[in-house]
Design a protein around this ligand. Structure first.
Ligand code: OAD
Length: 233
């Protein structure tokens, strides 16, 4: 592959799997017997905010106990050493890319370490437990703060800048995502339509594999450092 000038990378849960964070589909889409939709929709939060807060509080606490793996670290190195532009879009709500050294990650599905006020829209960095009595620091509404996660039926963040980057890149790389959730699953087609090369790095063929010019199969901690070494060669 000739060396590109602008690489856009899309990551999913598979890149964090070897750090010890369960992927969605591998966990069977269930949490304590609740279908994931029961804790990941605005309706679920309205119906049972205590349950939804508990789910995300547990996930936020678990994040403090895991470390970035060789794949996260390799992408941090790519950003530092690549002679061109690298844009990283992640569907993950963990902070392992940042801890792996990547700056300005686009978190299209939100972040566990961030809170969002449902009363005034304020978003702020927040690393502790949230509850139904938490107070928004901007508008002082008690019970306003919610996890800053893009739930099913909500609009992902930064779609305009993502679309611009995907159209402008000359290499689009998808890492550790099942290609089951739109709009992220459609980025490969957009990149292809704008003449970028497309590469998938995943443990197994994903739902979107056929749309990629090249697919490499294996664990992210092997595939990603190898690919980064090629890009820096
Ligand atoms: P999925 O759980 O759907 O897919 C994870 C993918 O990673 C699968 O294709 C696995 O084969 C692959 N995988 C697992 N272990 C791997 C490893 N060690 N190395 C490489 N690949 C590996 O997760 P996502 O595609 O991220 O949305 O899911 C997309 C969205 O669906 C999530 O962001 C979430 C969920 O609903 C929201 O929370 C809004």
């Amino acid at each position: 592959m000739a060396h590109p000038k602008h690489i856009v990378i899309l990551t999913g849960a598979g890149i964090s799997a070897e750090s010890g964070i369960d992927t969605f589909r591998d966990a069977g889409g269930l949490w304590e017997n609740h279908p994931i939709e029961q804790v990941a929709t605005p309706q679920a939060f309205a119906a049972d905010p205590v349950l939804v807060h508990r789910f995300y509080n547990l996930r936020r606490a678990a994040l403090k106990k895991v470390e970035p793996n060789a794949a996260h670290l390799a992408l941090g190195r790519l950003q530092d050493e690549f002679d061109g532009e690298v844009t990283l879009i992640t569907q993950n709500v963990d902070d392992l890319h940042e801890r792996g050294g990547f700056r300005n990650v686009i978190h299209m599905h939100g972040e566990l370490n961030s809170a969002l006020c449902s009363a005034c829209g304020h978003r702020w960095e927040y690393r502790e437990d949230l509850s139904i009595t938490s107070i928004c620091p901007a508008c002082q509404t008690a019970g306003g703060p919610r996890p800053d996660i893009v739930w099913f039926g909500e609009m992902p963040y930064a779609m305009n800048s993502i679309e611009r980057a995907v159209k402008a890149c000359d290499l689009f790389v998808s890492i550790g995502t099942s290609g089951a959730v739109y709009p992220a699953a459609g980025f490969v087609q957009l990149a292809h339509a704008y003449r970028a090369k497309t590469l998938e790095l995943n443990l197994e063929p994903s739902q979107g594999s056929a749309m990629f010019a090249e697919s490499r199969l294996g664990p992210a901690t092997q595939l990603v450092p190898d690919w980064v070494a090629e890009m820096l060669d």
